[in-house]
Design a protein around this ligand. Sequence first.
Ligand code: NAD
Length: 483
Amino acid sequence: MYKNLINGEWLEGARVSRNVNPSDTRDLIGEFAQADAEQAREAVAAARAAFPAWSQSTPQQRFDILDAAGTEILSRRAELGDLLAREEGKTLPEAIGEVGRAGNIFKFFAGEALRVGGESIPSVRPGVGVEVTREALGVIGLITPWNFPIAIPAWKLAPALAFGNTVVMKPADLVPASAWHLADILQRAGLPKGVFNLVMGRGSEVGAVLLDDTRVDAISFTGSVSTGKKVAAACMNRADGRMAKFQLEMGGKNPFVVLDDADLEIAVSSALNSGFFSTGQRCTASSRLIVTEGIHDRFVAALAMKMNALKVDDARKAGTDIGPVVDNSQLAQDLEYIAIGKAEGARLVAGGEPIELSSAGAPGFYLKPALFSEASAEMRISREEIFGPVVSVIRVKDYDEALAMANDTPFGLASGIATTSLKHATHFKRHAQAGMVMVNLPTAGVDYHVPFGGRKGSSYGPREQGKYAAEFYTTVKTAYTQA
Ligand code: NAD
């Protein structure tokens, strides 16, 4: 039984939830305490009480704890990666990579705790000095999705703590184990009680407390657009009239453009990786491939051939390329979109069939990655986030049409292009309406020390990660002094 961490104590919840392995649904990873609204409020009270001391802690104290946590995460990469693959279903190498990313994020923000600086600016008035400094924001509520069970909690938690905030985190219901281990590691790294509280439980109950409780100063949310809109509305309409600062990272329908002059191998491997790896369950996945006429047929044939060679199997088995879908309802959603694509008139050129058993005979949520060609920009499969291994190819005339098509989406997270033309690469970097642009690289797979985030319907608020994270997790003070 894995418990919630509230005010430095491990506490049972009102209920328990069972965490099941999507590669083998007979495998129970553990039972996890589910907090109710009352416990969530206790966690907020603990974070509030811990804030004055933690916000005044020295950068050295914060560095030491975050650095120790990073060291432990990195040293337990293989074990925590195995757990992550078991609860979420990405392959073992992907899961170990994600754990490594989380460890590196803690190391990076340990350093950022030491680098909080300010500015001294001459006043326009004689004899007056102006200082601009950053201060901790207060109590931060973190609400995270299931698809990156350790990296997303890490990239919210580490900056929140580095800049002197206290935290209540609610991880996604489907993947509590990775978040639980983060709490355990931080606790043992010496974090004072109440600075970080973990409350596992339902979004509508525990998440709602974080949004409504006026003792929470800010919310960092990653998840779907529909939940993100609820988060925004709640943060703007609190009982005491004071709004909470909020940051939303939401869905994507990321385009990957392939031009006639592309290196075919780079184009195919980038599309394969960002369309299907991690079972297509990445917000940065490219699910729209926009391909110019001259290379279209060769590209589709080569991609379909590579897809047919992918091994869909138990996430932890050596040699597996694609693990299972995360759960039954996500699998049902993927299959529904495959049916919609067929009904809309797109051509299913590869995959799309569910597979009931792993190669070892274990029941799981397996799906053969699906590729549609002859899709149009208006089709639902080309416009809506499916969040599974389902990709559509749209044929276009030339670069100008490809760029217009790439930008014709309500989302704006990542955008990619495969080309050997410096002119088109440069133009695309400048004109792609997305927070992140990739040239000759998959749209998914980003560095941990630089800003991450999108535009339009994908994101709201300041960027996450890298030094830009300070924009959200601190508040700026301008002080004037008459000498
Ligand atoms: P989700 O919106 O269903 O849930 C996200 C979190 O919100 C969960 O912890 C959930 O319990 C909580 N929640 C649900 N209802 C709530 C409510 N009423 N009040 C407060 N909290 C509530 O999303 P998901 O299915 O876990 O994740 C998939 C989505 O996340 C996809 O749309 C994907 O694109 C997006 N995502 C975005 C990024 C990014 O950085 N842009 C990264 C990863 C995932």
